[in-house]
Each structure stands twice: as structure tokens, then as C-alpha cells.
Design a protein around this ligand. Structure first.
Ligand code: ACO
Length: 399
């Protein structure tokens, strides 16, 4: 057999694969994905089963530790997370330094990185115990600071985690509880969010996850790696798409609701406009998460009795794209982001928080991938390039 490393050293041979469309960066036991058949599994369990039968904390445990937890393991995990739900008060000074108008994803990335300063032990994990503690700290504190980014934009006082409640209930009260009155999360909303977080839990080597692994491969700590993942997720071609979907729907609505006009724009190669929430790098048939979420969206909207012109536009656009030759021939189907934004809007979550919602769901996946990368003792990530610049030039000043 040919040793590819030796061959490269001898010949200078490098594979060029921009966007890594066909390059594996690692072996992984976490998530199985078949884009042609529309299959997604975490640790061997189908996403359909998990979304229907498991809870988000249970799926988080599964992703990170490889097996579904027993009742006792889950209770222990929950208790260990709750040991770390207080965030250092000095973190509030950092939040205060941001303008109110700052995008929550930018603030979240900065705050996650800043956690390193207050939890130096979570930086250098040298053994299993330190790894476990870093994981529990990250899960506990990330949820709190994620919701703080919203409270900041609203000018509301910051809330604290309530250790008597579950993780998703805590998300709701951290976000929406006001000092002026009691707060009880609607169980229908909690259930829908639980499902949404599960669907976003992991997606193998996507842009943000690859970033987390890449940063972690230099042995930067968990907070620093997750912070980089948040930044990668922010982009509109990745997690930022759910915000972009809603903004697009709002734009169509403001323009009079003519979906045909926007379909034509999306197909026009001279127009940079793309139908946000359609298409996927790996799902070239359908996105299995989109099916589950479409059903959940319908249930939530019916239960909450939401009537919204934006949702009508979404339905029209979806129906038109499914019938359209351009979209059909390129296998462009609605992806998970097309529907998640619709649910978030119905739940009263502001548009620029949508990608933060994605980040909360993706956190266990990032952690699981980072842990696997460290445990597999992967080498530092360092791609090569094909140099296309000038050959050697004589220096002659342009001054
Ligand atoms: N609207 C119109 N045309 C599109 C769209 C779209 N949303 N997506 C792809 N196309 C077209 C491209 O122009 C290209 O056409 P061509 O063959 O005539 O040149 C063809 O379909 C293939 O598209 P690529 O960009 O090569 O596909 P790629 O796999 O690189 O990109 C991506 C996938 C980035 C998701 C793309 O479909 C897109 O931009 N979609 C909109 C943004 C979006 O919804 N992102 C969320 C992804 S899901 C997630 O991150 C959870």
C-alpha cells in the first residue's frame, strides 16, 4: 500500500479540496449521516426516535459519553451541572462593556471565551476528572450567558439559573422571567424547544464543529474552542441561516408578499439573492430534521393559535420551491433552519437570538466532538495549500 504521507514528502503532492467537500478530517463515532438517503443518527440512534422519545439532557449525555444514561447517571449528570450554574459576577462587567445593539452571537462568543479567565482549570484538561468538570461547567454556564445576551439587548436585569428546575425550563425563565412577577414556562413550548435542541445536537463535521475540533487540536481549552465554534456558527451560510430566513420572509412580506418575484430572483444567476433555508451541503435529497421540525412547527402554531402573514409566505414559498424545476434539479429542499425560525418567532424569541438558540442545541455536539478529538490524541489541524502568488521578486521600494 502507498503511504500517502511518504508520497507527499517525496513528491510534494498535496490534495486540493476547497471547502473540504470530499476530505475527511477525522474518524468519529458520534454522528452518522447519509446525505443521499436523508439519514441522521446520534451514536447509532435515529434522530426520529431521539426527537420523539428522549429529552435534550439525555441526548446530550448520549452524544458526549456514547451511551444513553440510566436514570441514576442522568440524575448525577444533572446534579454535577447544577454545581456550576452560577456565573462569576464580574462577567457582568464584560457584558456592560458591550453596546445594547451588539449582536447576541458576537457577545456570546466573547463571553464564552471570557469564561476561560474565570475558570482557568477548564483550560488545560489533563485527566478524565478535569475533562468531566470542564464539560459540566460549559453546559451550565453557556446556557446562562446565552440568555444574558438577550437580556442585555432588552435592557432587563440578568437572571440566575434555578437549580430546582430542568435545563429547558431554565432556558425559558432565564430569558423571560421579570422581577415584576412570577414566571411559569408553558409546557408545550418547553417540549417544542426540547425537540428543537435535540435536532440541532450534532451534525458531524460541519463548519462550526470542524472549527471546534481545529481550535481544540492546538490544545486550546474547551471554552476557547466553543467560543470559536460560536463565531463559525454565526455566518448566514451556517447557523445564521435561521435568522436570514425570517429576515427574508419579512422582506417578502413588506414587498407585498409576491413569492414568485423572489423565486425568480433566487434563480437569476446575476442576482446574489438565495432562498434562505433551502439547500444543504450534505443533504442532497431531504433534511430528515426538517421533516420532524415541520411537524413540530405545525403543532406549536396550532396549539398557540398563532396567525401570522409571515408563516403564510413561508408555506407558499415552500410549496412553490418543491414544484420548481430549478430547485428540484439541484436538490434544493427546505432545511432545518427554514422551520426552526418559524417556531422561534411563534414562541416570541427575537430574530437575532435565533442563532443563539442553534448554539444552545449544538453545544453537546461541540463538546462531544472536542472530547473525542482530545481522547483520540489527534494531531494539530494544519491544512496545506497550493501557492499561486508571485515567484521570487527582487525588492524595489514603491515609496
Ligand atoms: N437558493 C438558490 N439557489 C441555490 C440555493 C438557494 N438557497 N442553494 C444552492 N443554490 C444553487 C447554487 O447557486 C448552485 O447553482 P448552480 O449549480 O447553477 O451554480 C447549486 O444550487 C448548488 O449550490 P452550492 O452553493 O454549490 O451548494 P453548496 O453545497 O456549496 O451550499 C448551502 C450549500 C451553503 C447551504 C447553500 O444551499 C445555501 O447557500 N443555502 C442558503 C443558506 C442556508 O439555508 N444555509 C443553511 C444550511 S443548513 C445549516 O447550516 C444548519
Amino acid at each position: 500500500a502507498v503511504d500517502i504521507n511518504k508520497l507527499r514528502d517525496l513528491t510534494g503532492f498535496i490534495t486540493l479540496d476547497p471547502g473540504y467537500k470530499n476530505s475527511g478530517s477525522c474518524t468519529s463515532e458520534i454522528t452518522f449521516l447519509d446525505g443521499e438517503l436523508g439519514i441522521l443518527r446520534y451514536r447509532g440512534y435515529s434522530i426520529e426516535d431521539l426527537a420523539e422519545k428522549a429529552s435534550f439532557p439525555e441526548v446530550s449525555y448520549l452524544l458526549i459519553f456514547g451511551e444513553l444514561p440510566t436514570a441514576q447517571q442522568l440524575a448525577q449528570f444533572d446534579a454535577d451541572i447544577k454545581k456550576h450554574t452560577l456565573v462569576n459576577e464580574e462577567m457582568k462587567n464584560i457584558i456592560d462593556g458591550f453596546p445594547k445593539t451588539a449582536h447576541p452571537m458576537g457577545v456570546l462568543s466573547a463571553l464564552t471565551s471570557a469564561l476561560t479567565a474565570f475558570n482557568p482549570k477548564a483550560v488545560n484538561v489533563e485527566n478524565e476528572k478535569e475533562m468531566y468538570e470542564a464539560i459540566c461547567k460549559t453546559i451550565a454556564k453557556f446556557l446562562v450567558i446565552a440568555t444574558w445576551t438577550y437580556r442585555k439587548t432588552m435592557g432587563y436585569p440578568l437572571n440566575y439559573y434555578d437549580n430546582t428546575q430542568g435545563y429547558v425550563e431554565n432556558f425559558m425563565q432565564l430569558m423571560f422571567k421579570l422581577p415584576t412577577g412570577p414566571y411559569a414556562a408553558n409546557p408545550i413550548i418547553v417540549n417544542a424547544l426540547d425537540k428543537l435542541f435535540i435536532l440541532h445536537g450534532d451534525h458531524e463535521q460541519n463548519c462550526s464543529t470542524s472549527t471546534v475540533r481545529m481550535v481544540g487540536s492546538s490544545h486550546a481549552g474547551l471554552f476557547a474552542s466553543i467560543s470559536a465554534g460560536v463565531s463559525a456558527l454565526w455566518g448566514p451560510l451556517h447557523g445564521g441561516a435561521n435568522q436570514a430566513v425570517l429576515e427574508m420572509l419579512e422582506e417578502i412580506n413588506k414587498d407585498g408578499g409576491d413569492t414568485d418575484k423572489f423565486m425568480a430572483k433566487a434563480k437569476d444567476k446575476n442576482d446574489p439573492f438565495r432562498l434562505m433555508g433551502f439547500g444543504h451541503r450534505v443533504y442532497k435529497n431531504f433534511d430528515p430534521r426538517a421533516r420532524i421540525i415541520k411537524k413540530a412547527a405545525k403543532e406549536v402554531l396550532e396549539t398557540l393559535g398563532v396567525e401570522d402573514p409571515i408563516l403564510e409566505i413561508a408555506k407558499k414559498l415552500e410549496a412553490a420551491a418543491l414544484e420548481d424545476e430549478y430547485f428540484k434539479s439541484r436538490n434544493l429542499y427546505p432545511n432545518v433552519d427554514f422551520y426552526s425560525g418559524i417556531i422561534y418567532r411563534a414562541l416570541g424569541i427575537p430574530t437575532d437570538m435565533f442563532t443563539v438558540m442553534f448554539a444552545i442545541g449544538r453545544l453537546p455536539g461541540w463538546i462531544a466532538q472536542w472530547k473525542e478529538m482530545r481522547e483520540n490524541k489527534e494531531p494539530i489541524g494544519r491544512p496545506r495549500q497550493i501557492y499561486t502568488g508571485h515567484p521570487l521578486r527582487d525588492f524595489k521600494s514603491n515609496k
